[in-house]
Design a binder for this molecule. Sequence first.
Ligand code: SF4
Length: 410
Amino acid sequence: MEDNMDPKKLAAAKFSNQRFLATVYADEISKDLYQAMKSDTFLKNLKDTSEKFYSKELAKGARALFEFMDAAGPDTYRQLRFEYADLFLNAGENPVLPYESFYADREPTLYGEPLFEMREILRKHGLHKDPEFLEPEDHISVEFDFLAEMNRREEAGDQSAIEARIDFGRRHMAWRTEFCAVLHSADKSGFYKALAELTLGYLFVAHLASVPPAEASLNDPAYDLITLGELLKTLPLSKESFLLKPGTIAPTPIQSIPTHCYACGALCGMTAKVKDGVLMSTGGLQGDIKGGGRLCPKGAAAKHHVYSAYRLKSPLIKEDGRFRKASWDEALDKVVSDFKAFDPTKIGYMRGNDFANWVHEALFDHLGCPKTTHRPMCDNANRMANEHNLNDKRPWINYQEADYILHFGM
Ligand code: SF4
């Protein structure tokens, strides 16, 4: 047991554990990782390991993962891709939101205060998020990857990394445990349930292991962390930080950017307040005759549309009634090939309010598709009447100087 207390050995084990957790939540499980988890050797080790843990939660998670992987058949990997899209790409009815901002603010709007805190923490440690990873800095995988990096530094002898990871682990633990509970209840496959149990077990044990020796017995949690690390380090996980890059990116100053709202066709003038590249709020644009320097509630809520946690995050392709993640190339190639397979006169094109109208309209004109616009369902009668009576489809209504304002059909 004494050997388990070697801090470097413990840091190396935690590195493997956190790198594994960062990997499984960053994206779909890669085919390589899946096959390695399905190999006879890994399954045997997983089963043996699950019987060694002191922590009941870790044992339960490891056992559940073993049972899932052991029973996996030829179609399981494909089914896991569907489940990932449902849970993490907002394709399903019950998505799981792996962002600290969501749990901090209790609003399904991303890019909240935890994002700025994470950016500050990364700066302090000379890091920044890899721009290729499109999720924000308060994504659960970035947080696990940061902890993995701190453990890597600790193993290399950097004492300041110890305090950093203990402090970070404690302050950012609560939401990750809640995330595990949400994931556990949302998953229908069994795989992510098992991961949620394993993650929860890991968080509890890692927390116990971070308590100073005077306050707790470290042997059991340290043993569990090392046992888990020994198992997970056999998997094909990146040895380097894969979501974080070295180097500090300085925050950009707060800006007030004049623009316009695009939530409806009125296109009111708008002022966008932007902090470090993040839209913080929107307000009216002084001098704009349409909005009179004000926005309606829809325009004022622009931040919640832009950063809605429920937006689609990737192209999706439907197969057997379920969606899976696709690359842009694959999705666009499919659109082209499916279009070619159809008689274009049987494809209807409906145009909306969109600045890129002319691009897609030209395409559908070229194909010879019948077309319409959303206007018969929207304000076409209004526009035609205005044009006929006032020679202007959208006349600016002078409410200030009107003697009477009559609304019909309200
Ligand atoms: S502020 Fe309201 S009325 Fe003006 S463009 Fe936006 S949604 Fe339309």
